[in-house]
Design a protein around this ligand. Sequence first.
Ligand SMILES: [Zn+2]
Length: 423
Amino acid sequence: MRTAPQQPTPLPDSPRIDGARLWQSLMALAAIGATPKGGVRRIALTDEDRAGRDQVVRWFRDAGLEVRVDEVGNVFGRRAGTDPAARAVATGSHIDTQPSGGKFDGNFGVLAGLEVVRTLNDHGLATRAPIEVVFWTNEEGTRFTPVMMGSGAFAGVFEVPRIHAERDGAGLSVGDELRRIGYLGPQPCGQVPGGMYAAYLEAHIEQGPVLEDQGLPIGVVRGALGQQWYDVTVTGMDAHAGPTPMALRRDALLAAARMVELVNRIALQEAPDGRGTVGHLQVLPNSRNVVPGEVRFSVDFRHLAQAGLDRMDQAMRTGFAALAEAAGVQVAVQQVVSFDPCVFDAACVDGVRAAAQSLGLPHMDIVSGAGHDAVYLARVAPTAMIFVPCKDGISHNEIEDALPAHITAGGDVLLRTMLALAM
Ligand SMILES: [Zn+2]
């Protein structure tokens, strides 16, 4: 096991987290549900999840936090503030994992929040606003759908009875499993003592390759990409590959190939916030000596702004029509899925950037291509995220890894951002 680097002696007015203690907590939690390949398997509402929850709740109580559990098993630990009228500043993430998950996804955000509290305790620092650390039920969505279940219910996106009725593949319901593991709480979902959070911050590994590629320890997350998915069908005419002259073909695959290239160009024009992917392609009749008469493919567009998604949609429809006409084929575009973009609160994002700046930590603005609990929290409270690099950008994998120095840096940025909001 690696150890975290030595911390500089903390100054009273600018405390630093104890990176070694945060790392030890991460490794201790990862031992619950540990897999032989070095990963973690703690699927939501299983016995392993219960053991992980119990451990984190013990740590919450040891740090003096007052623990509440809500109707969907979200767990909240509160450190009181000095101003009874102040709304809490919250942080958290999730501790459930994928079936072959890693040590850091979600766990880092929860334990970084705990480390913030431990650090405040070490320094005897009182905050004006209460500090709250949360772990949300079933973020991963691997056993029960929908994903980000607990945070979605908290934000009012999912109704509690519907969540309780969700069943896994074996027919067991969320409600029954919450009761069985002792986490069906009394707190009404979405209610926060003293009022909804003044702010919510979530620290998380990036789960992508950008920060590592740039050699930066901190990503200031501006938001999460919206998504629009399409099914596209290109219809030409099947024809014999030998007797049919080039000029007389209506080659659906040739047209589709140009469309794939166009999707790539459209996304490049929207860099860095746009993404465009063709990941599935079906050729009919898929025979080596037949000019293809029909091609079906998928398009996945992502962008931080709805206006960007709209531009990509328009450019695709116009471009596909022109390419189809030039190739003598028909094209049909059907939108099948859409998720709205999530733009985080400007003041919270600025707070994260200022914290990184004041710590002298190199950073960049970044967008999340994946969903997080913070995306639902952003609907009800001013929200931002802090990313740290993960090795090779790999996540949802037992080999998921992160450097102690980066984990410490992320914890320090979280502490400083929360202090600025809560003092
Ligand atoms: Zn996660």
